[in-house]
Design a protein. Sequence first.
Length: 455
Amino acid sequence: MSTTIAAIATGPAAGPIGIIRVSGPQTLAIADRIFTPQGGGALSERPSRLLTYGALHARDGKVIDHCLCCVMHAPNSYTGEDMAEIQCHGSPAILSETLAALFANGAQQAGPGEFTQRAFLAGKMDLSGAEAVHDLVTAATAQAAENAAAQMDGAVGSRIREIRQCLVDLVAEFLAVVDYPDEEIDSNLFDHACEILHNATRALYDLAETYERGRILREGIPCAILGRPNAGKSSLLNALAGFDRAIVTSVPGTTRDVIEETIRIGVVVLHLFDTAGLRDTQDPVEKIGIDRAMKQAQASALILAVFDSSDDISDDDLMVIARTHGKRTIAVLNKSDLPSALDVATIRRHFEHVIAVSAKTGEGLKELYDLIPRVVGMDGMSYDGSIITNARQAAALVRAAERCEAAFVAAQLGMTPDAVVMDAEGAIAALGEITGQAVRDDIVATIFDKFCVGK
Ligand code: GDP
Ligand code: ZN
């Protein structure tokens, strides 16, 4: 018999309303003991999902809140079990006292992601759908949420099951042949296999490739702002962030520590790092700052190289050019409000993306906003759930694609049916890990460990 679990589902800070979820076989009995509907009757007898107003009781029976509560009768609930949701006032005292009352009546503290894990185990959603729930809780942009919502609804799972079914059918055909070794193998069978395996391989690699952008969608990208002292790095960060954070000063070399700011540029979340100005210096403290700036730049997926367009290119600027070589970089020619003194042709020779802005007046910022998603390949996408955002799924997809490709090669060479079957089965197993049709318990456990308690 399964336990009955309970957890606070809303955040740790006090809010107007707090939500506690309960799931498991004892839910209805426990709910009746701690909640009295106004006007009488038992909460457990109410229809599913109907909010009922009433009194909430602490362990000692005293009324600690007047609030809303509802039950959801199995199997029509998130977990597939009997569930209750208490929507009380959001003071941490009320929430913890209510949780204590639930525990006193037989419920246990839910572990991280345990509600969703139960939903997965009850077949309410496949594993890729369950993982999308975590994406939804942590979505930083509307587009990330849109993609995750479609995946929670089964967008990845149904695509994977479709491909998996083709492979399962193919293996069945081959196994039928293997069972009669004396018969001549029809060459049509290999031709047919080649076509199926070729298409499956392509589809799997295509899906796996979406992960590069999926990761950006989910996690955002680290972006270092590099440039010589006084080029306007801190000003640019502030202009992009839309408010004052870094200290802007006209004394060169004062930004010695790396300052981070997370901003949203359309669909892209940027983790911006304002770094120390790059210049040749003997000052040991400044050297450390420059060292840190270089490390930051190395770890960044995008660099904004800032130049002062009111001044000519200096040796320090040449250092910036050299250090950004081979990295995805946008050259930002700052101070466009001042007369230009910069040799722009030289800059253009080194950078594919060059843009003039003024951190002071805001000129060119809109263009920079539009350029950034394009440079990182995040423009013109659709967020219908076809973007893989999950590292585990991406790795399984690559493994599935590789095994599929190996099966294709075996079929093309007309090798024994066994060879084709072995690799096709490897691909089927890898796909089963994504949907959860064939996945080890310990892997499932680590997936839900990452979730928050209450989800
Ligand atoms: P950093 O050392 O690269 O971080 O440069 P700061 O952001 O501290 O800016 C250096 C100086 O340039 C400050 O006096 C800023 O006010 C000035 N500055 C920055 N951006 C602009 C700009 O677009 N136009 C003008 N006229 N001055 C700017
Ligand atoms: Zn600065």
